[in-house]
Design a protein around this ligand. Structure first.
Ligand code: MV4
Length: 446
């Protein structure tokens, strides 16, 4: 097992990782920018190192500064959290070259899944259903036209280096294809320095369902059920739940088994998420994420498994604590992302927390690094906490969520708490009847 882990992140996820380390008896190193000197993850860590000025590219994304922090503290492993360097294969390479363990999959698996065309080809080879579309990259407009005619319209042009909604263009009809291709190609070139594109049939009203997986890197693979992340705005998830109210036990078992077999076959190590679009009883692979995700707690709540503890065990060469038959999904969990934003306009709202009172009681978990008097800096993303509730049934979960939101007091800044109170008054939400466009339609209609 590791002696000392450096946590290359900030905010609630740095604290989440720190908690797992403490429970394992592993010493912790926090890193922080000058803007985060007063942050909770710094206060609670055994040691801390300032790694640069506020902009993330100069601090949390600054690989030389992080390597120096490892060197001076003698950390033997790095946990990247999510975002920042969590899916940076070069960072994983450099750590490997310095005999420091990256708590995550191999750089090869990160690289493979970062290339969306290669990821899709791999998924297909492993027997995972994919969205019908081009077989790999489309290199010129004539080829694109031929493929498009077979795939059918509407279709979507995607950037191989994209992901998370970046570099996508819809073409509703053949007339719109040339424009979609040239815009997508120019944007991909500018944003990623890679203009490889591929084509997929456009699914019009799917749900976004992702499956949590784990591999031990030695041929074992398990799944921990799915999360429904359809409620999002501008590709930012807002509300996530496990299990999905949109699929049944047979569908869950079937896709889960398929995915776990693929993970084993791939020799994947650590936590990962396989993302699907789900429409009319069918799953279609879109991407794989090779990191711990923001919404991992809902899976922890319904499985009783500590995902960060498992990541650390596996990265240190241990085995998973569970086999597939030990994993039982029980009850229901919902996560609301609490952002420091105006709940109507979504404008960021940094500033000082003049009063802070988080909810508690049965089935309530708050993952945040907030405390009364803390000043939320303006430099980073606006996620300041996650309210996670658990219930034996979805209905109990909704009742608890309503209750927990009514207790939650955050003064001095605006938060998205009122948005969740509004959502709980909507029949579609109560019924679990929503797709990936539901929230944006709701917000547009006032
Ligand atoms: C799609 C799609 C419809 N059809 N692919 C957006 C994020 C990226 N991970 C994939 N995305 C989509 N891919 C096909 N073939 C619709 C989306 C999409 C979406 C997906 C998940 C959650 C929210 C979304 C919002 C808009 C579009």
């Amino acid at each position: 097992m590791f002696d000392k882990i450096l946590i290359a992140n900030r905010g609630e996820i740095a604290l989440r990782v720190l908690r797992a380390c403490k429970e394992l008896g592993i010493a912790t190193v926090a890193v922080h920018s000058t803007a985060d000197a007063d942050a909770m993850h710094v206060r609670l860590a055994d040691e801390s190192v300032c790694i640069g000025p506020p902009p993330a590219r100069d601090s949390y994304l600054n690989i030389p500064a992080l390597m120096s922090a490892c060197e001076i503290t003698g950390a033997d492993a790095v946990h990247p959290g999510y975002g920042f360097l969590s899916e940076n294969a070069r960072f994983a390479d450099i750590l490997r070259d310095h005999d420091i363990t990256f708590i995550g999959p191999s750089p090869e698996h990160i690289r493979l899944m970062g290339d969306k065309i290669e990821a899709k080809r791999t998924a297909k080879r492993l027997g995972i259903p994919v969205v019908p579309g081009s077989d790999g990259a489309v290199t010129d407009d004539d080829e694109a036209k031929r493929v498009a005619a077979e795939v059918g319209y509407p279709l979507l042009v995607k950037a191989s280096a994209g992901g998370g909604g970046r570099g996508m263009k819809v073409a509703m009809t053949p007339d719109a294809l040339p424009q979609a291709l040239s815009t997508a190609r120019a944007e991909a070139k500018a944003a990623f320095g890679d203009d490889a594109l591929y084509i997929e049939r456009y699914l019009e009203k799917p749900r976004h369902i992702e499956i949590q997986i784990f591999g031990d890197g030695k041929g074992a693979g398990v799944h921990l059920g799915e999360r429904d992340c359809s409620l999002q705005r501008r590709h930012q998830k807002v509300w996530e739940e496990a299990t999905s109210p949109g699929i049944n036990a047979r569908e869950r078992e079937e896709i889960g088994t398929r995915v776990a077999e693929a993970v084993a076959e791939l020799g994947y190590s650590g936590a990962g998420t396989i993302e699907f679009l789900y429409e009319r009883g069918e799953f279609f692979f879109i991407e794989m994420n090779t990191r711990l995700q923001v919404e991992h707690p809902v899976t922890e709540m319904i499985t009783g498994i500590d995902l960060v503890n498992e990541q650390i065990r596996v990265a240190s060469g241990g085995e998973l604590s569970v086999k597939q038959s030990d994993i039982v999904l029980s009850g229901h969990s919902i996560e609301c992302r609490i952002n420091a934003e105006d709940p109507q306009t979504f404008q960021p709202s940094p500033g000082e927390l003049t009063y802070y009172y988080p909810p508690g009681g049965p089935g309530v978990r708050v993952d945040s690094a907030l405390y009364q008097g803390y000043r939320i800096p303006p430099y980073y993303d606006s996620l300041i906490g996650k309210l996670i509730v658990y219930g034996k049934t979805r209905n109990e979960c909704l009742m608890r969520l309503r209750r927990a939101l009514s207790e939650y007091v955050v003064d001095g800044i605006s938060t998205t708490i009122p948005l969740f109170q509004r959502l709980l008054g909507e029949q579609d939400i109560v019924d679990g009847q929503y797709d990936i466009h539901w929230l944006e339609r709701y917000l547009a209609d006032g």
